[in-house]
Design a protein around this ligand. Structure first.
Ligand code: RET
Length: 269
């Protein structure tokens, strides 16, 4: 069970969480339109990265929409506070969503950084296996977040080992291929590294929230943390990869068709 189900909430706390969750799925819907519309401004070999961003947007939209509905259904107003209604709220939906999004986000990085052939295949396997291992061990641990007995810490630690492994791989992909990118794309590529580092660290922060701040305000902080992490690690990340791909496309001499020139201002977005 999640610690969200162990508290009652005042109007402000309950409403803030409802709003933050709705911001999450609204941003995913907006991102979906953005990635589909800007897809054709990229050279064909990078367009698949925009399609993958769109896949992430659709899966995150449904997950966050579901989570919002679980939240408003899990509590009822009793005249003084929002108390449990009998259905449980569960962050477990987030973890199963990551099973789709984490591998897809990392494969996008391989495409945009121009990794091909055997290296692509090896990194792809490492990302999928390492990503799923990180997520499912964390998933096992979060069932223990209220008691915070040994499995909460042990699974959390095992998950962290896979997390560190993934970060090392991401750093190698980015910094190992930096010199091959045109100069104009190197800044955004470095920014991707910092974005991944900071935004991904928010997820273990949210995992630890019951231990750090065991109160209704801690629940508010956790849902805000998750939403900031989701918007940055999925949407801002996708936009940044798009900028890199667009700059590489321009250097490779790719010019979008006339119709796209009308849809997109000169110089791209
Ligand atoms: C868990 C369990 C506790 C330890 C660690 C974790 C890491 C989670 C991460 C999730 C990233 C999710 C992303 C989703 C995007 O759609 C599983 C919370 C280290 C890094 C990027």
């Amino acid at each position: 069970m999640n610690f969200e189900n162990t508290f009652s909430y005042n109007v402000d706390q309950f409403t803030l969480i409802s709003h933050v969750l709705s911001l999450g799925f609204a941003v995913m819907a907006a991102g979906l339109v953005y990635f589909l519309v800007t897809r054709s401004s990229l050279a064909p070999r990078y367009q698949f990265s925009s399609v993958l961003s769109a896949v992430v947007m659709v899966s995150a939209f449904f997950e966050l929409f579901l989570l919002y509905q679980r939240w408003v259904g899990a509590f009822r107003w009793d005249g003084t506070a929002f108390v449990q209604s009998g259905t449980l709220f569960s962050n477990g939906y987030r973890y199963v969503n990551w099973s789709i999004d984490v591998p897809v986000l990392l494969i996008q990085l391989l495409i945009v950084m121009g990794v091909t052939g055997r290296r692509f295949h090896q990194s792809w396997v490492a990302f999928v296996v390492g990503g799923l291992a990180m997520i499912y061990t964390g998933y096992a641990g979060q069932f223990h977040e209220v008691e915070r007995d040994a499995p909460f810490w042990v699974w959390g630690l095992v998950s962290t080992l896979f997390f560190v492994l993934l970060l090392v791989l991401v750093a190698r992909i980015i910094f190992g291929n930096l010199a091959r990118l045109p100069r104009s794309a190197r800044g955004p590529a470095r920014a991707v590294w910092w974005l991944v580092l900071v935004s991904w660290l928010l997820y273990p922060g949210a995992y630890l929230m019951p231990a750090l701040w065991d109160s209704a305000d801690g629940v508010v902080a956790r849902q805000i943390t998750y939403t900031v992490a989701d918007i940055t690690s999925k949407v801002v990340y996708g936009v940044l990869l798009g900028i890199i791909a667009r700059r590489v496309s321009a250097v490779e001499g790719y010019a979008p068709a006339v119709a796209d020139e009308v849809a997109l201002p000169r110089g791209g977005i």
